[in-house]
Ligand binder design. Sequence first.
Ligand code: AHM
Ligand code: MG
Length: 337
Amino acid sequence: MSQQQRQITVTEHLLLHQKQSPTATGMFTQLLYDLILAAKLISRNVTKAGLLDVLGETGEINVQGEDVQKLDAYANRIIIHRMQRSGALCAMASEENADIIPIPERFTHGDYILIFDPLDGSSNIDVNINVGTIFSILRRISPPEQDVTQSDVLQPGYKQMGAGYVMYGPSTMLVYTTGQGVHAFTLDPSVGEFLLSQNNMQIPETGRTYSVNEGNVTFWDEKTAKAVQSFKGTDNPRGKPYTHRYVGSLVADFHRTLLKGGIFMYPMDYKIPDHPRGKLRLLCEASPMAMLAEQAGGVASDGHRRILEIVPDTLHTRVPLFIGSKNDVEHVMEILK
Ligand code: AHM
Ligand code: MG
């Protein structure tokens, strides 16, 4: 990429894409702009986490039954506070909140719904490993004069208007799609702007890395164990053993997969006997990553179905996830058949 291309800010990039879409009103661009501002505020605190009194748990339990980390709660508050005021939204849904988050009457309402995981990978916060904010944007289906209902939010992923994540790592990166390719930006802290670092990203067709929490092997069924095992031998798309990498932060594991190829898996398991289930949330984790993967030429599946076609039953529906290089994901689907 030329030096000139590198100096494109995310705002310029969004405006360029907005011009290419004849139906664009600017509202969507405004929404992303506000979200980026929220992400910058979160980034500022994540990078100072060790210095501020923001590490550790709040003592509360979230809707998933997990301990709420202080930074999770902070990121959730920042996003809700900022995005209520964007004028583009009619509702939000967060991994941390049990129900739909309405936009108070006093703010301007728009047609869009923002679904987000404010700080994914929170178990990694205390040990200074990458975490991230994941987002998905839908357009309401009910008439604007009515209250937003669950069915406005429970839409399959192929209806997303946009999706992406911000990763707080050695550098803060934004990766997003609005259905016109996947683009990555790096936050230059000296000027406070996200600058284009990769345009139109493509996942290699076959990778060399598999990523999964193998500590769960005793909770997997036989086919899942066989699929994971295949990446250690030669009976796989590469024809030789893959390297294993697992951070335990979806954003970091997905980001590596997007750049280098390979497969990330969070399969169904039997940790709760007689209740097999995946861990990752369809609406705020699997669907946005699936849109990015497909836009980059990759595949995202629950092992049998395209993630983007699954209709969620509830706001917090969980699914198994196999995502990454086309050949690697299809190889697993073949074994799970
Ligand atoms: P979280 O939203 O509570 O942080 O949980 C989601 C995270 C993902 O980032 C990651 O892929 C997965 O949980 C790791 O789970 P595990 O620790 O079971 O391997
Ligand atoms: Mg999460």
